[in-house]
Design a protein around this ligand. Structure first.
Ligand SMILES: NC(=O)C1=CN([C@@H]2O[C@H](COP(=O)(O)OP(=O)(O)OC[C@H]3O[C@@H](n4cnc5c(N)ncnc54)[C@H](OP(=O)(O)O)[C@@H]3O)[C@@H](O)[C@H]2O)C=CC1
Ligand SMILES: O=C(CO)COP(=O)(O)O
Length: 304
C-alpha cells in the first residue's frame, strides 16, 4: 500500500477468490480491514503476471517460505527477492536470506525488517526499517526503490544480524507478554527485554553479526516495539500464556517455531539462552509461569 502510492505494484495471493474480493472491494478485508488500496495497486492470483516486475517482496511466513520458493522457482529466476518475514526455519536453523540462497542461489536476496505493524504502515503512519543485502549495489538500489513517503530505509550488508534481530525479538515478545499476562509487572518486562537483548547479541555475534545491527532497527528497534504493544501477535500469545487463556492456533506467531529453532541452535553452539529455553518450556506446557520465574531468578549469579 505504501509503495503503490508512488508507483505500480501488483499484490499477489494464491487464492483466486480472495484476489477477486480484493479487486472488487479495493481493500483486503481478510488481513487489513478498512484500509483502502491506492490507485496504483493491482491484485492478481496469476503469478506469471505478478512476477513481471524485477523486484519481488515475499511476505509469506518463515516456516512456509521454502515450499513457496520450491513450488514457484520458475517464476522467481533472475529476480531481486526481498524477504519480509521474520524467523528461523525449524528444520535447518536458517533465516529468510539463508532459505532464499539455499533454494535460489543465483538470485539477488535481501531482507526488509524492523519495527513495522502492517496496519500502521497501511494507514500511512511513519516508521524506519532495515534493508539488509550482502551486495552493496543491490542494497543501494533497493533502498532507493523501496523508500516511500512514510518508510525511511537504512541499509546494511550484515544479513546475519538483521535476520537474527528480527527473528529473536519475537521470542522475547512472547516472554514479555507472559510476564504482563501473569501480572508480574513492568519492571520484570524491562528486565526480560534487556536480558533477551543480551541473548540476541550472544547468538548473533557468535554467528558473525555486527553489534551495530543488533542495536539498530532490526534488533533493538523491533524488540522495543514488539515487547510493548498488544498489536503484536507474539506479545498477545504471551499475554494468553501468562493469563492462562487460549489463543487461536491459526494466527501467525513466528516466535513459537523460532524459539524452538533458536534453542536447538544455541544448544548445538553451546550458547546459554535461558529466556529462549524458558519460552520453549512454556509453549510446551512443561513449566508454569511461577516455575519459569523461579527458574530464571534462581540461576547462578554472574556479571552483567
Ligand atoms: N503483520 C505485520 O504487522 C508484520 C508481519 N511481518 C512478517 O511478515 C510475515 C508474514 O506475516 P503476516 O503477513 O502478518 O501473516 P498473515 O498470517 O497475516 O498472512 C500470511 C500470508 O502468507 C500467505 N501464505 C501462507 N502460506 C503460503 C504459501 N505456501 N504460498 C503462498 N502464500 C502463502 C497467506 O495466504 P492465505 O491468505 O491464502 O492464507 C497470507 O496472505 C511474518 O514473518 C511476519 O513476521 C513483518 C512485519 C510486520
Ligand atoms: O514484526 C512485527 C512488527 O515489527 C509484527 O509483530 P507480530 O508478528 O508479533 O504481530
Amino acid at each position: 500500500i505504501s509503495l503503490a502510492d508512488m508507483s505500480p505494484v501488483t499484490l499477489w495471493t494464491r487464492d483466486i477468490d480472495h484476489a477477486n474480493a480484493m479487486h472488487h472491494a479495493r481493500t483486503n478485508e481478510k488481513r487489513l480491514p478498512s484500509l483502502p488500496f491506492p490507485h496504483h495497486l493491482t491484485v492478481s492470483s496469476d503469478l506469471n503476471k505478478a512476477t513481471q516486475a524485477d523486484t519481488l517482496l515475499l511476505a509469506v511466513p518463515m516456516q512456509k517460505m521454502r515450499n513457496f520458493l520450491l513450488e514457484n522457482k520458475d517464476f522467481l529466476r533472475s529476480k531481486t527477492l526481498v524477504a519480509c518475514c521474520k524467523g528461523v526455519e525449524l528444520n535447518t536453523g536458517l533465516g529468510p536470506i539463508g532459505v532464499l540462497r539455499a533454494v535460489l542461489p543465483n538470485e539477488r536476496a535481501a531482507l526488509l525488517t524492523g519495527p513495522s505493524f502492517a496496519a500502521d504502515i497501511a494507514r500511512g503512519l511513519p516508521t524506519a526499517l532495515t534493508l539488509a543485502c550482502a551486495t552493496s549495489t543491490t542494497a543501494k538500489n533497493l533502498q532507493d526503490q523501496l523508500t516511500t513517503h512514510n518508510l525511511r530505509l537504512y541499509r546494511t550488508q550484515d544479513t546475519i544480524g538483521a535476520e537474527l534481530g528480527g527473528a529473536l525479538k519475537n521470542v522475547f515478545a512472547i516472554a514479555c507478554g507472559a510476564v504482563i499476562g501473569a501480572g508480574l509487572g513492568d519492571s520484570a518486562r524491562a528486565a526480560l527485554m534487556t536480558r533477551g537483548f543480551a541473548e540476541m547479541q550472544r547468538m548473533a555475534l557468535a554467528l558473525g553479526a555486527k553489534r551495530e545491527t543488533l542495536a539498530g532497527l532490526s534488533g533493538f528497534g523491533d524488540l522495543a516495539l514488539t515487547c510493548g504493544s498488544d498489536l503484536s501477535r507474539n506479545y498477545r500469545l504471551g499475554l494468553a500464556i501468562g493469563a492462562g487463556d487460549t489463543f487461536d492456533p491459526n494466527v501467525t506467531v513466528e516466535g513459537a517455531a523460532t524459539a524452538r529453532a533458536a534453542y536447538a541452535k544455541a544448544t548445538d553452539m553451546r550458547i546459554d539462552m535461558p529466556i529462549t529455553q524458558t519460552v520453549v518450556a512454556l509453549l510446551d506446557q512443561r513449566l508454569t509461569i511461577t516455575e519459569a520465574t523461579a527458574q530464571l531468578l534462581n540461576r547462578p549469579l554472574k556479571e552483567e
